[in-house]
Design a protein around this ligand. Structure first.
Ligand SMILES: NC(=O)c1ccc[n+]([C@@H]2O[C@H](COP(=O)([O-])OP(=O)(O)OC[C@H]3O[C@@H](n4cnc5c(N)ncnc54)[C@H](OP(=O)(O)O)[C@@H]3O)[C@@H](O)[C@H]2O)c1
Length: 264
């Protein structure tokens, strides 16, 4: 690919919008599409349907909520893709869904799974960590706009590693929230607990549990832990999933807010 390669970006949510802005800022011809109106302000070329967005594109990027959304959108665009195009799915959907969408694509379309680690702050700064499965050689310059690329192997391995990582991180944030809850039960001062966590092996998770510039909704975390729990016998993931989904008032909040909910 080169700077004249046409890019279509589908899904301008919390993560998709800042990622698409980086594509536009880098000078690629970009067409965007989002299911609901109002999220494409500031983009020069906005398509009315996903099919219109991709029909001329050399590379298509999807950044959508969950497996159902990606299946629906890829189902709608599969027949419209330009021969030889590359489809990069950056959503967190797990390897099974990646293989399902691969089966929807016509011959000659290359699928790359490129889920990302890092939240909206890192997306805006181009500092995500991308876990990339499949033949991504042609699209490396585009992927590197978003952050650091880790090649994981065959199609689906990026998606699998993402679930491994995010399941552990969400479980870990829940563990930190539970540590605060236990400290409250003992009547320990918050600052003392915070300092002790920050010098323990839980330091990174405690930092994430206090993040202010991230926006990874509890409902997305529940979706990711559920994907993990469906792939194996994971009682910790299942328990965390049940706890996350019990806080319906928190579902649209960042996972850092779990500390507050566990303590209330
Ligand atoms: N937020 C984070 O910190 C973070 C970090 C790493 C990875 N991720 C993953 O990245 C993906 C996107 O996350 P996000 O935070 O950007 O989510 P988000 O803000 O909720 O955006 C979701 C996007 O998916 C679209 N969508 C949902 N269902 C759809 C459907 N059936 N058909 C078409 N479009 C549909 C939404 O369109 P509408 O605008 O019409 O609703 C929106 O554009 C998720 O898989 C998430 O797990 C998120």
């Amino acid at each position: 690919m080169d700077k004249n390669s046409k890019i279509a970006f589908l899904g301008l949510g919390s993560m998709g919008a800042p990622m698409a802005r980086r594509v536009a800022a880098a000078g690629y011809p970009l067409t965007v599409w989002n299911r609901s109106a109002g999220k494409s302000d500031g983009f020069a070329d906005v398509a009315g349907t996903p099919g219109q967005a991709v029909s001329d594109a050399d590379v298509v990027i999807t950044m959508l909520s969950d497996p159902a959304a990606v299946r629906e959108v890829v189902g709608a665009i599969a027949g419209e893709l330009k021969p030889g195009a590359v489809l990069i799915d950056a959503s967190t959907i797990g390897p099974e869904a990646v293989h399902e969408i691969a089966a929807l694509l016509p011959a000659g379309i290359t699928l790359v799974d490129a889920p990302v680690m890092g939240s909206v702050d890192k997306a805006a700064a181009g500092e995500l960590n991308l876990l990339v499965g499949g033949d991504a050689d042609k699209v490396m310059p585009l992927l590197e706009l978003f952050g650091t690329v880790r090649r994981t192997g065959a199609v689906g391995t990026g998606a699998a590693l993402k679930i491994v990582m995010i399941n552990a991180i969400v479980n870990g944030v829940a563990l930190v929230a539970e540590a605060y809850q236990l400290a409250d039960a003992y009547g320990l001062p918050e600052d003392l607990v915070k300092q002790s966590l920050s010098t323990s092996p839980l330091a990174g998770l405690a930092t994430r549990a206090a993040a202010e510039n991230a926006f990874y909704q509890v409902k997305l975390a529940a979706k990711d832990v559920d994907l993990a729990a469906r792939a194996g016998d994971l009682p910790i993931a299942r328990a965390v999933h049940d706890r996350l989904t019990s806080y319906s008032e928190a579902s649209d909040e960042d996972i850092a807010q779990l500390v507050k909910h566990f303590r209330s």
